[in-house]
Design a protein around this ligand. Structure first.
Ligand SMILES: [Zn+2]
Length: 328
């Protein structure tokens, strides 16, 4: 009998368990065959093989239970077993470390634990992890041959600079895969950057000068000689010549609008994603509000919200037409 192995913590130390699974790092998990058999045909088959009652040379028995060594370490085995057990005995484990998710995924595949494989996939491609670590998700999902998750993570990598800093999991993927990802990122950046060359998507969205009056730099003050409210130009600088003017709708282009568009497009070239526009818009809203302009300051928040909606929809539309070419 082996004495250098220890029992796992509850619920895998149950007195009435009927088999022991020993992890690669020598932790013994006392488990019920029934739970594992129900979760996986692999275990069902494994447990169907008649187990010798007495300890023999090739079959270890500990405290009266047959010991089955597995290749997974205790951390992975613990997660796997928690998924197999009914929720009354063990909650599903939280897989918030990406590398653990890959280990669980590989083990789930090995033991034909389809439901667990699905859960590991969900853990790898959860929005929380994707937002924080899209490149690591990409590398891990691709290594795990998860097509859908890899492409999704690829899309999220657009929130990072074109040339990312080194990260551990980059070693999980080949140079060819990384090259594909960089090419995809560059194509998306170029395509989104090109949206500045033809602003018809903005003009057709507004359709009339009234719809984009928040960009007109005018406010109403007093009345004219026909007793109509008269429009007065605000004090915000105008751009000359304008680059982002909505020429058929407005006769002027405000400098803050020009600056916003210029900065946003420059940033989008490196990070062609919605977040870039949102960040840039937020900054402009703060700046313009601080100007205390009678025309621009009160209308910027609402105007920019609508414009960000339009802009992000346009980015989604543009980026979704670009394919990330990978082999699986
Ligand atoms: Zn103004």
């Amino acid at each position: 009998m082996s004495n250098d192995s220890t029992y796992a913590a509850a619920p895998f130390d149950h007195a009435k368990a009927d088999i022991i699974l020993r992890s690669s790092d020598n932790i013994d998990f006392r488990v019920f065959k029934l739970f594992l058999s129900l979760a996986s045909p692999f275990f069902e088959t494994l447990f169907e093989i008649p187990q010798p009652a007495e300890e023999s040379e090739d079959q270890e028995v500990k405290d009266g239970l047959v010991v089955v060594p597995v290749t997974e370490d205790s951390k992975t085995l613990d997660a796997l077993l928690r998924f197999c057990y009914p929720c009354t005995l063990a909650d599903d484990p939280q897989i918030d470390v990406l590398k653990d998710a890959l280990d669980v995924l590989e083990a789930a595949r090995k033991y034909s634990l389809d439901v667990i494989e699905k859960k590991a996939r969900q853990a790898i491609a959860s929005p929380k992890i994707l937002e924080v670590d899209p490149l690591r998700c990409f590398a891990i999902a691709h290594r795990g041959r998860l097509r859908e998750e890899t492409l999704l993570a690829g899309r999220y990598t657009l929130t990072q600079p074109l040339i990312p800093s080194w990260f551990q999991e980059v070693e999980l993927i080949t140079a060819t895969d990384l090259l594909s990802l960089l090419a995809y990122h560059k194509k998306c950046g170029d395509a989104v950057y090109a949206l500045r060359l033809d602003l018809s998507w903005i003009k057709s969205h507004y359709g009339s000068s009234q719809a984009c009056s928040w960009l007109a730099g005018q406010y109403y003050s007093g009345t004219d000689r026909y007793s109509q409210p008269s429009r007065v130009n605000c004090g915000c600088p105008r751009s000359n010549p304008p680059r982002y003017s909505l020429s058929n709708l407005l006769s002027v282009s405000l400098q803050w609008w020009e600056d916003f568009m210029e900065e946003t497009f420059t940033a989008l070239r490196d990070k062609p994603c919605n977040e870039t526009v949102k960040t840039s818009a937020e900054k402009t809203v703060q700046t313009v509000k601080a100007r205390n302009c009678q025309a621009c300051s009160p209308t910027i928040t609402e105007g920019m919200r609508d414009f960000v909606d339009l802009f992000t929809r346009k980015i989604d539309e543009t980026v979704s037409q670009i394919e990330l070419e990978l082999s699986f």
